[in-house]
Design a protein around this ligand. Structure first.
Ligand code: FES
Length: 107
């Protein structure tokens, strides 16, 4: 089941940039690419760096701490097939960006 949560105004994240958002206790990196929006776990799998403050080049996001790179469309680490960040679906309306966090957690 979808559960769309507003995470940002479109104007807060111009095309080609990435921003960090904390939503329901999750840190996400919201990326605005030429091909659209992507949301990826914002805590880097290496040592917890802030991916939302990273550098975006098309769909390749580079962590600002030590340079690990992830495809924001899939969450896949560029060098290791064993490392993948969680991703969520994103949509927008006229001014707002939404992320689908799915079902509420149990409990
Ligand atoms: S914490 Fe992201 S590359 Fe090290």
């Amino acid at each position: 089941m979808s559960r769309w949560i507003p995470v940002a105004l479109i104007s807060e994240c111009p095309e080609g940039e990435c921003i960090e958002r904390i939503v329901e206790g999750r840190v996400i990196a919201l990326a605005h690419t030429l091909n659209g929006w992507y949301a990826i776990d914002g805590v880097c799998a290496h040592q917890g760096g802030p991916l939302g403050n990273g550098t975006l080049c098309q769909t390749l996001l580079t962590c600002p701490w030590h340079g690990w790179q992830f495809d924001v469309a899939t969450g896949q680490n560029r060098l290791s097939s064993a490392v993948r960040q969680q991703v969520w679906e994103v949509r927008q309306d006229d001014e707002q960006v939404y992320v689908d966090f799915g079902e509420y957690p149990e409990g």
